[in-house]
Design a protein around this ligand. Structure first.
Ligand code: LLP
Length: 414
C-alpha cells in the first residue's frame, strides 16, 4: 500500500492533498500517514507472529508522541536511548514494562529514573555500566533486569556512520568478553539476567549479516545454558532497511523467516527493535520552492527547508526522492536542490531533474525516519510543524516552533 499518491495530478497523503496541508499549516512541514504507520507495524509484528515476540519501536527514529501513542495502542514496546525518550513513551501511554534501554553512556540519574519507572530491561554495553547499575539498584533497594548487548563483529554492509556491530565500533561488549561478563553479572546481587541482544547497524538491505550475527549470538546462548544461565529473551536489534531509491530490501516475511528458522526449538521470547522500517516511508517533508537560481555551472532550486530540518543528505550523503506536489508536465532541468542554510553541505538532492516553478510545493520522500528527530535549530531556524493525516483528516501533532521559543531559555548577563 502506498499512502502517498497522485490524484488528478496532485500528490495526496491518504485522502488529503498536500496542497491543503501547506495551506493550513505552512512549510516546511513533516506529513505522516496514519495508515502507513499502522500497516508497517502490523507487517513487522505479523511476520513474527508464529513466535512469542515483542516489537520494541526504536524511538530515536521518530519520537513524536502521537506516533508513539499509535504504536503503544497496537501493543508496541519501545527501545529508548535516553530518559528524554522514556518520558516521551510514558507521556504517550506506553507501558514501562515493555521498554528496553539501550545506549553506551547511561548516566546514574537515567538508571534511577528507568528503575523507578519499572522498565523491562537495561541493554548493558560495558563492564563499567554493569558495575554502576548494580550499585544504583542496590542503593534503591531494587533488582535491575539486564541483557548484554554483544558486539558480534559482523559487517552490516551499510554506511560506516550507521554500522555498529564491528569490533572497532563503540557499541556493545566485545564478543570474547561476553561469557566472563555474564558470569560476573550472575554473581551480582542486585541484577537479574534476562536476555541477550545485538544490533549491527541500520539500513541493512540484505539478510545474511542479520543471520550471521544471530548465529554468533546463539552460540553464546548455548554456552550460557551449559553454565546454567538461562535467558528468557533474545533481542535481535533493529535494522531492516527500506527503499529510498533503487535499494531492494528483503520482504519482511523473508527476513522473519530467516531469523525464525535459526530460532526454531528455542524457548526464548524474541525482541525486535525496528525504527526506520516502521516510520521511514510513512512520512514526507513538504517544502516550498523559494527561488530558481541559474548559476554559471549549475541551476539551483532553493527550497524553504534545509539541513537543519533533514540532516540525512548532508550527514550521510543520503538520497531522498524529491517530487513535485503538482504534476505540471513541463520539461525539467537538472538542479541542485538546496536549502537556505549557510553551508555548501546544505543540500537535499544533487543533480535532480525538476520541472517546477518558484512557489511550487515539493515533497521530499521517505523522510519519516531520522528526519524530524535529528532536526536542529541551526541558523536559528524554528523546527518544522508535523501533521498526521488520517483519511481526509489533518491532525497537527507538533506546532511549528516559534522564534521566541528558540530564545526562551537564554539570558543576558548583567
Ligand atoms: N536498536 C538500536 C540499539 C539502535 O542503535 C538502532 C539505531 C535501532 C535499534 C533502530 O535501527 P533501525 O531499525 O532504524 O535501522 N540516523 C541514521 C540512523 C541511525 C541508527 C542508529 N541506531 C540515519 O538517518 O540513517
Amino acid at each position: 500500500m502506498n499512502s502517498f499518491s497522485y490524484r488528478n495530478g496532485v500528490l495526496h497523503a491518504e485522502d488529503a492533498s498536500l496542497e491543503s496541508v501547506a495551506e493550513k499549516y505552512g512549510t516546511p512541514c513533516y506529513v505522516y500517514s496514519r495508515a502507513a504507520l499502522v500497516s508497517a507495524f502490523r507487517a513487522y509484528s505479523d511476520a513474527f507472529s508464529p513466535r512469542d515476540h515483542l516489537v520494541c519501536y526504536a524511538v530515536k527514529a521518530n519520537s513524536n508522541i502521537a506516533i508513539l501513542n499509535l504504536f503503544a495502542r497496537m501493543g508496541s514496546g519501545f527501545d529508548i536511548v535516553s530518559i528524554g525518550e522514556m518520558e516521551r513513551v510514558l507521556k504517550a501511554g506506553g507501558d514501562p514494562a515493555r521498554i528496553v534501554f539501550s545506549g553506551v553512556g547511561k548516566r546514574e540519574d537515567e538508571m534511577r529514573a528507568a528503575l523507578s519507572a519499572g522498565i523491562l530491561c537495561f541493554n548493558v554495553e560495558s563492564e563499567g555500566e554493569l558495575e554502576r547499575l548494580d550499585l544504583v539498584a542496590k542503593n534503591m533497594g531494587k533488582r535491575a533486569s539486564i541483557s548484554f548487548r554483544v558486539n558480534p563483529n559482523v559487517d552490516a554492509k551499510t554506511h560506516p556512520y550507521i554500522s555498529t556491530g564491528l569490533r572497532q565500533n563503540k557499541f556493545g561488549i566485545p564478543y570474547d568478553d561476553a561469557l566472563r561478563l555474564y558470569r560476573k553479572a550472575n554473581a551480582m546481587e542486585n541484577l537479574a539476567i534476562l536476555g541477550i541482544d545485538c544490533h549491527i547497524g541500520s539500513q541493512l538491505t540484505e539478510i545474511p549479516p542479520f543471520v550471521e550475527a544471530l548465529e554468533k549470538i546463539l552460540l553464546l546462548v548455548d554456552e550460557l545454558e551449559k553454565e546454567g544461565i538461562a535467558l528468557s529473551h533474545i533481542d535481535v536489534g533493529g535494522g531492516l532497511g527500506i527503499r529510498y531509491r533503487e535499494e531492494r530490501p528483503p520482504e519482511i516475511a523473508d527476513y522473519a523467516k530467516a531469523l525464525l528458522e535459526k530460532l526454531q526449538g528455542r524457548p526464548q521470547k524474541i525482541l525486535l527493535e525496528p525504527g526506520r522500517f516502521l516510520v521511514g516511508n510513512a512520512g514526507i517533508l513538504l517544502t516550498r520552492l523559494e527561488y530558481l537560481k541559474h548559476g554559471e555551472e549549475k541551476h539551483f532550486a532553493i527550497v524553504d527547508c534545509a539541513m537543519n530540518d533533514l540532516m540525512r543528505p548532508a550527514l550521510y550523503d543520503a538520497y531522498h526522492e524529491i517530487i513535485p506536489v503538482k504534476q505540471n508536465g513541463g520539461k525539467g532541468e537538472l538542479c541542485e536542490i538546496v536549502g537556505p542554510v549557510c553551508e555548501t553541505g546544505d543540500f537535499l538532492g544533487h543533480d535532480r531533474n525538476l520541472a517546477a516553478r518558484q512557489g511550487d510545493l515539493l515533497a521530499i520522500c521517505s523522510a519519516g525516519a531520522y528526519g524530524m528527530s535529528m532536526s536542529s535549530n541551526y541558523n536559528s531556524r524554528p523546527r518544522a510543524a508535523e501533521v498526521l493525516v488520517d483519511g481526509a483528516s489533518l491532525h497537527l501533532v507538533r506546532e511549528r516552533e516559534t522564534i521566541s521559543q528558540l530564545m526562551a531559555a537564554e539570558k543576558l548577563v548583567p
